[in-house]
Design a protein around this ligand. Structure first.
Ligand SMILES: [Zn+2]
Ligand SMILES: [Zn+2]
Length: 63
């Protein structure tokens, strides 16, 4: 009955990331307020899958 957990991930679109501002968008908007106002393309950075890349295991530092 309207008891959804606030598990909303706060993501910042690329434009806001560049502007270093908070990405705010209306719940009924598909793009953020900034992009909407500036008529920019609101897009997010594609999350690159980690674990696919072979990272160096140079972790010899203990404490
Ligand atoms: Zn934004
Ligand atoms: Zn945006």
């Amino acid at each position: 009955m309207g008891g959804e957990p606030a598990a909303e991930k706060v993501k910042t679109c690329e434009n806001c990331v560049r502007a270093k501002i908070r990405c705010h968008h209306a719940p009924d908007a598909t793009i953020c307020d900034r992009c909407r106002r500036l008529k920019k393309e609101c897009f997010f950075r594609p999350a690159r899958p980690r674990a696919t890349q072979k990272k160096r295991t140079k972790y010899e530092h203990k404490l």
